[in-house]
Design a protein around this ligand. Structure first.
Ligand SMILES: CC(C)(COP(=O)(O)OP(=O)(O)OC[C@H]1O[C@@H](n2cnc3c(N)ncnc32)[C@H](O)[C@@H]1OP(=O)(O)O)[C@@H](O)C(=O)NCCC(=O)NCCS
Length: 297
């Protein structure tokens, strides 16, 4: 028996160019996770490499979905041709009927046919993916005393919804150098842009001289948290602090800071979700690391 026969649903793949299909996904993710991905339409659109797999009702409601997309990342200095999986959800009335198993098989089959050497995803339900050969990667941030600010660079705030700033950000994202040699996304502009919308405490600044966009937070006085740097040449942490006009006493970087002229102490990162990897079984991280939360998907 196929899933169609048991549910009365219709399977569709690659439906993002259909406005009704996109709206159905926006609704599924809002209802399931309370997140709104519709602003992506004003931020350059969904990742063009996305390949969604979904089961729709006759009325056009998306009952089950899982999307694959190209997610090249650097691991231990090597560019990995990887896919990511995201937007995995089944509406409550259709759960427990094998629909998620079905879209998972379809998405992984597509990844294999495309020749991706690895697949990564974030989840709070690792047991859901372990049967498919996914394993959790331990995640670490870095913390330590702040360097003295150095240099006289100036900065200005960036607003992704401003047309000029969006174009500047897209240009920087298209040409960025990965933030770390150990573990970092190579590109993923759509993820970066939508993540600026999900957390209002994230601040974006542009260092004019270094041509670098900085994603950062200041959760407590004197405590600077660096989430990401989008640049072709990475400015040192001391120059970033000077450019932002910040006098911090402590710094956290939410990635391995091997390109910032600064080192901190690796600490386990408790982010609530696990990063899981399928493929590259023999590989482990050369240093404790994590993917910047600006790459969360
Ligand atoms: C998790 C979820 C996608 C499962 O959908 P579903 O259609 O009920 O799943 P299926 O019926 O296809 O079951 C697939 C398999 O996953 C298992 N499974 C289902 N829910 C699970 C859970 N919460 N944790 C671990 N395993 C689970 C099933 O036992 C089944 O195992 P089997 O293949 O060995 O029989 C659905 O409950 C959901 O949308 N939850 C909220 C959003 C969410 O958590 N999404 C995943 C985020 S990464």
């Amino acid at each position: 028996m196929t899933a169609t026969e048991t549910t009365g649903l219709r399977f569709r793949q690659d439906y993002f160019s259909d406005p009704a299909g996109w709206a159905a996904l926006v609704s599924l993710l809002d209802d399931t996770f309370g997140i709104d991905i519709d602003p992506l339409r004003e931020l350059g659109g969904a990742d063009p490499t996305s390949m969604p797999f979904g089961w729709f009702t006759e009325g056009g409601v998306l009952a089950a979905n899982l999307s694959a997309f190209a997610m090249p990342f650097v691991l231990n200095g090597r560019l990995v041709n990887a896919a990511g999986l995201q937007s995995g959800a089944v509406r409550p009335p259709w759960r427990g009927r094998g629909l998620y198993r079905d879209v998972t098989h379809k998405a992984l089959g597509w990844c294999e046919a495309q020749g991706f050497e690895a697949v990564i995803l974030y989840t709070d339900k690792p047991d859901l993916y372990a049967p498919y050969g996914f394993r959790s990667l331990p995640l670490h941030k870095y913390a330590g005393p702040a360097p003295a600010p150095a240099g006289s660079a100036a900065s200005r705030p960036l607003q992704p919804r401003d047309a000029g700033d969006l174009s500047l950000l897209q240009d920087l994202l298209a040409n960025r150098k990965p933030i770390s040699e150990t573990l970092a996304v190579a590109s993923s502009p759509a993820m970066f842009l939508i993540n600026t919308q999900f957390d209002p405490t994230i601040r974006l600044s542009y260092l004019e001289e270094g041509k670098a966009a900085i994603a950062w937070k200041m959760p407590a006085a004197g405590h600077f948290v660096l989430l990401d740097v989008i640049a072709t040449e990475m400015p040192p942490l001391a120059a970033i602090l000077a450019g932002l006009g910040i006098e911090a006493t402590t710094v956290e970087t939410l990635f391995h800071p091997d390109r910032l002229g600064w080192s901190g102490k690796a600490l386990p990162y408790e982010g609530g979700t696990r990063l899981m990897l399928r493929g590259m079984e023999e590989v482990s991280l050369d240093h404790p690391a994590m993917l910047s939360p600006m790459a969360d998907f």
